[in-house]
Design a protein around this ligand. Structure first.
Ligand code: ZN
Length: 329
């Protein structure tokens, strides 16, 4: 059934849910890694699978592109950053329930043995007291970057974006994710990681899916999607840099899964992290869908290059309302 055949009648809806770390949140001394505990994750997925239709990614893609209906209110699970945790997720939770997810991987850890700055930051924050992390991190920056709280515009943007964090935390996160020059962030976090953890290659091996694990996900019927090379927000990249990031990531996925990706998830995913022209980017790299972290259900009539998706912590609010197709006359 095509979109025009569906016409004006109410359509079913698709909610894409995103997870990052699924590991014991008590394993590290501080709360830098916002992880979902494995038992809670397994329980949540089981409950969702009883309540919603859980389409295969290919079925979801046809709906998002307006080419097919869904049999009822539907939910698709996605996992960002190619984290090691996701091998367990797929094998121990999704597959026994007959579910298949999308796993969005970055290419730098496998291609270079270097971690994304965001994951170095998470690990450091999980292993250093908040005040110590803040002090050491800011002190290690060049002088002009040491006082983000004094920037009123940054303060406003930060608190608008990180609604679940304290003001102080939001400012630091925004500074780290959107303001600091990426080379500076990368250098400072690598130096701190070397001091606190040790070898960055070993950190990558412990933190990210291996080539074999990516290949195994694909073989098991999951989808491996692109998430960039370094995890820089696409909005921060010049056109040539963005192409270079995508080329690396697409080539890696092609190498380990035997074909180029059809899905991309834009790192960070909120409005100001998106590429300038998501559709042009997707078309250039042969991608059929681009996922954001803009909150909402998808009704199959929006652009497949700017798909709505929520964080797992937004699930209760998003699924409390009646999940049935909208009752518009
Ligand atoms: Zn990510």
């Amino acid at each position: 059934m095509t979109r025009s055949e569906i016409g004006g009648r109410a359509r079913n809806r698709l909610l894409l849910v995103n997870y990052h770390y699924v590991r014991d949140p008590g394993a590290a001394p501080y709360a830098g890694i916002h992880a979902m505990a494995p038992p809670a994750f397994a329980e949540q997925v089981g409950a969702l699978a009883r309540r919603f239709h859980m389409p295969h990614p290919d079925e979801a893609l046809a709906f998002l592109r307006g080419q097919a209906e869904l049999p009822g209110p539907s939910l698709l699970l996605t996992f960002d950053d190619g984290l090691k945790d996701h091998a367990w997720v797929a094998r121990e939770v999704l597959e026994p329930l007959g579910l298949r997810g999308i796993f969005f991987a970055i290419s730098r850890p496998l291609n270079e043995g270097r971690a994304a700055a965001v994951h170095k930051v998470h690990w450091l924050r999980a292993h250093l007291a908040p005040k110590i992390f803040r002090q050491r991190f800011l002190a290690a920056l060049p002088r002009e970057w040491r006082d983000p709280a004094s920037d009123a515009e940054l303060r406003r943007s930060a608190t608008a974006m990180y609604v679940y964090d304290t003001v102080e935390e939001a400012i630091l996160k925004f500074h780290i994710n959107f303001r600091l020059p990426r080379q500076i962030l990368d250098g400072v976090t690598s130096a701190m990681l070397a001091e606190e953890y040790g070898d960055e290659g070993a950190f990558c091996a412990a933190t990210y899916l291996s080539a074999d694990e990516l290949a195994a996900l694909h073989r098991a019927g999951h989808v491996v999607g692109a998430h960039g090379h370094t995890h820089a927000p696409f909005s921060a990249l010049a056109a040539a840099e963005l192409d270079a990031e995508m080329n690396e990531c697409v080539a890696m996925i092609d190498r380990y899964t035997g074909g180029p990706p059809r899905w991309v998830a834009y790192p960070y995913g909120r409005e100001r992290a998106l590429p300038n022209d998501p559709e042009a980017l997707c078309r250039r790299f042969g991608l059929d869908a681009g996922l954001t972290l803009q909150v909402g259900w998808n009704d199959g009539t929006g652009s497949p290059y700017v798909v709505k998706r929520i964080n797992c912590n937004e699930l209760p609010a998003m699924t409390a309302q009646p999940a049935a197709a909208s009752a518009r006359p």
